[in-house]
Ligand binder design. Structure first.
Ligand SMILES: Cc1ncc(COP(=O)(O)O)c(C=O)c1O
Length: 378
């Protein structure tokens, strides 16, 4: 059996019950299960607001759209971001005609507050922090820096479903946090996400914009106007088709019930990797920040001769991942090449080892023994 980097595991029968309710009732869209999921997510995280989206990517875009209007940012204003991320993080900044300015990462592969400070200019408006692999890195310091400098903190929490910092679920450190429930995340659906604003007014604004800028959604019109559908609505603003639906939410509601148990299993495997890899001198393990109970979306190591090591894994039916190609290697971010030496250096050595709920302790042993059998030059 191949050992892959990610394979999601679903509680199929329980999910199908929720989906059946949607189908029987004739309600698969926005409303009904999306509301239940938003409420369950707020209960779970303790965050004050949660709006269910069809992906994290659109949530990032919507968050920046709302914040740009609120704070009166202009096109070309700068958002400090990481080059070591999935491109959604930085594309979302470009969608709003803002400019990603790259700061370097620290040993946790998250933005380094020291380099953020270096990169602040007169046009800096916000910092986009990515909790890499579920790690909180120096998020608390970054939040403090943002408040000192009057910058907005946006948390791309795509990997952070279940991450706790000092015992509290992450998400309230900045003005908004955006989670991903994409197909291989710790809380997998098919595709969806949650945008969580601290300010209720911004949450209300986001809700209008996520369904084309229409003043009232269909579910509200159906359910609050004497139980029958009313056709009339207004469109005061230009919005997007970004909201989530009840079929995806049916998956999310069920998977959420198990996310803590699932993440504990991931951490158990990670601890086993830590122990076994401590014996392999060529391997550098990416540490978890102190006081962080990580979701453990990823188990990342750095090795010399990374591409050859990957080939060696493939030959042994093991398929790790790489998170990520440093974004300044892509044409639209090439202007930032050479500005983040550490991110570029890490990106050339990173590997994400298989870590998911179908990986067994025997699989972990096999992955490590295959890695040990590679002939490193040094
Ligand atoms: C760091 C990061 N940000 C954003 C995203 C985008 O999430 P989604 O696929 O839900 O749009 C992802 C993953 O896919 C990610 O890994």
């Amino acid at each position: 059996m191949p050992i892959n980097v990610f394979v999601p595991k679903f509680h199929t029968d329980e999910i199908l019950e929720h989906m059946r309710e949607c189908l029987d009732r004739g309600w698969t869209g926005l409303g009904f299960k999306t509301i239940d999921f938003e409420n369950a997510w707020k209960d779970y995280t303790g965050l004050p607001n949660a709006h269910y989206m069809c992906s994290n990517t659109v949530g990032l875009h919507l968050a920046l759209n709302v914040l740009k209007k609120k704070h009166g940012w202009k096109d070309g204003d700068e958002v400090i971001s990481t080059p070591l991320t999935f491109v959604s993080t930085n594309h979302a900044i470009l969608y709003e005609h803002l400019k990603p300015v790259f700061a370097d990462v620290d040993e946790y592969l998250c933005l380094d507050p020291v380099d953020i400070e270096e990169k602040i200019t007169e046009r800096t408006r916000a910092v986009m922090f990515v909790g890499m692999g579920g790690n909180s890195g120096r998020l608390t310091e970054v939040a403090e820096l943002c408040s000192q400098k009057g910058l907005v903190l946006v948390l791309d929490a795509a990997h952070m479903a279940g991450t706790r910092l000092n015992g509290k679920h992450v998400g309230s450190e900045g003005e908004v946090a955006i989670f991903s429930f994409q197909a291989v995340k710790n809380l997998p659906t098919g595709d969806s996400g949650m945008v969580c604003f601290m300010d209720e007014e911004l949450d209300k604004q986001a809700r209008k914009l996520s369904w084309m800028g229409i003043s009232k959604d269909t579910y509200q019109r159906f359910n609050t106007q004497k139980g029958s559908y009313r056709w009339r609505y207004d469109v005061p603003e230009l919005g997007f088709k970004y909201h989530g639906n009840s079929i995806m939410a049916s998956i999310g509601i069920v998977q959420l019930k198990y996310v803590d148990e699932d993440n504990a299993y991931r951490r158990k495997l990670a601890a086993q990797y830590d122990d076994l890899l401590a014996e392999v001198p060529q391997v550098e393990i990416v540490p978890t920040a102190p006081n962080c109970e990580t979701s453990r979306h990823l188990y990342q190591i750095c090795v010399p001769q990374r591409d050859e090591v990957m080939q060696h894994f493939y030959e042994n039916d093991i398929y790790p991942g790489v998170h990520y190609v440093e974004n300044t290697e892509y044409p639209m971010y090439a202007y930032g090449a050479g500005t983040c030496a550490r991110a570029a250096e890490y990106a050339s050595r990173l590997i994400s080892l298989p870590l998911h709920l179908r990986v067994t302790t025997e699989d972990v042993e096999k992955v490590v023994s295959v890695l040990r059998s590679f002939s490193f030059y040094r």
